[in-house]
Ligand binder design. Structure first.
Ligand code: ZN
Length: 535
């Protein structure tokens, strides 16, 4: 007989829920990749059914009893043990699921569904007024959700907690305040005329096209060649696809336990640690979209493949939080993939695939082209320096909406004022301004900060890897990522959801959360690249 019967039964019940969720994730992946468009309503019904089954199974009374019994069985076990972690994390998930009444969940789902439809149309027509009543409803319901979930200090806390467990608004405020103070002058010095160019390409990871604003006439200085755009030539799809696969294999992605397909918006998902799906999109006239998009999603995929196998079919499988997940995608995409050592190894290989396009472009010019800084109106096209300013604006607006400092009708003006003060540019219309992101229309308020947390944590974690692997740059320059991958697997991936992001940073010896390592990375990299002393 088992020494822990309640834990065993609990694992079985949670395993069923994990299976249902994995089936739903597979259907959702299929919807974005291969599903014929006519299936949309049938698919929505199937996904709703699976979500309902998973919810009912989790809030079932028996699961509550089992959690209590399993908690006493796990008493005395270490905090990070499988048994103690399982109870802790499953309890957290169940608490959240039971605290929100079905009626509120249904009203939120309906408002989000209507909101998304209205947002799509409003964005097409660049008409905020058409989306405004929907956003007002969504903000009201989000406030009701926050009140229902409860909080001690900030109304934003229970919303943030959904995406970044353990993180608080009180931790975010000084982080963003510091980024504002330090980053705005850095962007100014990098983009003022004569600061080394800054026109043209920006190569944001998810950027289909690059909007070049205010830099077109400033192509003087060390970036002049880069600005001419070696990235904007015709690179055939097949060559790009194969080069991406080569890099991903070298990073350590296991194609026996995962695959890459195509979708309009790149994403990654996992149905098991042995079945991780990545998607990418390739633009034949703009190299960075597919190139860095694949590296980015590969970072997410390495995380999912690296979760300890014994956590399979439990709520402990998966990433610690959206922020930690994003830290892993950004680490591989940017700190590795946009670095000089990386291209020492891979540039000759890329040139060999595209001799006509890149044969006459030297490595340094290519490196400058993929690391050009230029303020853009659109977040997903932003370079790594300006990106967090886009997030900071959204964080401040969300706080304003929830605390009452900003009303929904005032939002477009507040948006433009923020863009002007942080990035020095303002859009002429709502589509490129306040309507550009899908998040608010889905009711996903509290999500945006995880992007900045990801960037900031990526630098903290990478600094840890550097300390552990002193010759990291030499290995990268040899295309050898085995030690980096092994270190990340040991320190981050294998724990799955056992630790929250603050706990993980602390265990890594990186914590607490700090933007200093990221700012140091920005100052060193771009000060050198642009030949300026950055503040
Ligand atoms: Zn990502």
């Amino acid at each position: 007989m088992s020494a822990s019967p309640a834990t065993d039964e609990l694992r079985e019940r949670l395993g069923l829920i994990a299976d249902v969720q994995a089936a739903a994730a597979l259907l959702a992946w299929d919807q974005e990749t291969y599903m014929p468009p006519g299936a949309i309503e049938a698919r929505a019904a199937q996904l709703t059914t699976l979500a309902r089954i998973a919810h009912e199974e989790l809030v079932a009374e028996r699961v509550g009893e089992l959690l209590e019994a399993a908690a006493s069985e796990a008493e005395g076990e270490p905090y990070e043990s499988d048994a103690a972690s399982l109870v802790r994390v499953a309890q957290r998930d169940r608490d959240r699921a039971t605290r929100l009444p079905a009626d509120l969940v249904a009203r939120l789902a309906r408002a989000a569904s209507l909101g998304q439809q209205a947002w799509q149309k409003a964005r097409q027509e660049s008409n905020f007024a058409a989306f405004r009543p929907h956003l007002e409803t969504l903000v009201e319901l989000t406030l009701e959700k926050a009140e229902t979930l409860g909080y001690e200090a900030d109304v934003y806390d229970p919303l943030l907690d959904e995406f970044e467990p353990g993180m608080t608004t009180a931790q975010l405020r000084p982080l963003f305040a510091m980024l504002r103070e330090r980053l705005v002058p850095i962007v100014q010095s990098l983009t003022e005329p004569g600061a080394g160019g800054g026109a043209g390409e920006n190569g944001g990871s998810a950027g289909a096209t690059s909007t070049s604003i205010g830099g077109a006439g400033a192509a003087a200085g060390p970036n002049a060649v880069a600005a001419a755009g070696p990235l904007r030539q015709r690179f055939d799809d097949r060559g790009q696809w194969e080069f991406g696969l080569e890099v991903m294999r070298d990073f350590g992605f296991d194609f026996a336990r995962g695959r890459q397909d195509r979708s309009a918006h790149p994403f990654s998902t996992a149905f098991a640690t042995t079945d991780v799906r990545l998607t990418t999109r390739i633009h034949e006239d703009f190299l960075p979209a597919g190139l860095f998009g694949s590296m980015h999603e590969c970072g997410h995929g390495l995380y999912e493949q690296g979760v300890a196998p014994e956590l399979e079919r439990t709520p402990l499988a998966g990433g610690a939080s959206l922020g930690v997940h994003e830290s892993q995608s950004r680490l591989w995409e940017i700190l590795v993939g946009r670095s000089r050592p990386f291209w020492r190894h891979y540039y000759p290989r890329l040139q060999a695939r595209f001799p006509e396009q890149l044969g006459a472009v030297d490595r340094e010019d290519f490196y400058r082209a993929i690391n050009t800084v230029a303020p853009t109106l659109i977040r997903v096209e932003a370079d790594e320096v300006t990106y967090n300013l886009h997030i900071m604006l959204r964080f401040e607006l969300e706080i304003g909406l929830l605390e009452g400092g900003i009303s929904v009708p005032e939002l477009p003006a507040a948006w433009n004022a923020g863009m002007e003060s942080y990035l020095g540019i303002v859009s002429g219309n709502d589509a490129e301004g306040v309507l550009q992101d899908i998040h608010w229309s889905m009711g996903a308020i509290g999500y945006f900060p995880t992007y900045t947390l990801g960037n900031v944590m990526s630098a903290q974690i990478f600094a840890g890897a550097r300390r552990a692997i002193p010759d990291l740059d030499d290995r990268t320059a040899a295309g050898d990522f085995a030690d980096l991958h092994a270190w990340l697997r040991d320190k981050v991936y294998r724990h799955g959801r056992k630790l929250t992001s603050p706990e993980l940073l602390e265990r890594l010896g990186c914590g607490p959360l700090s933007a200093e390592p990221w700012l140091e990375h920005i100052r060193a990299k771009y000060g050198e690249l642009y030949g300026v002393e950055l503040p």
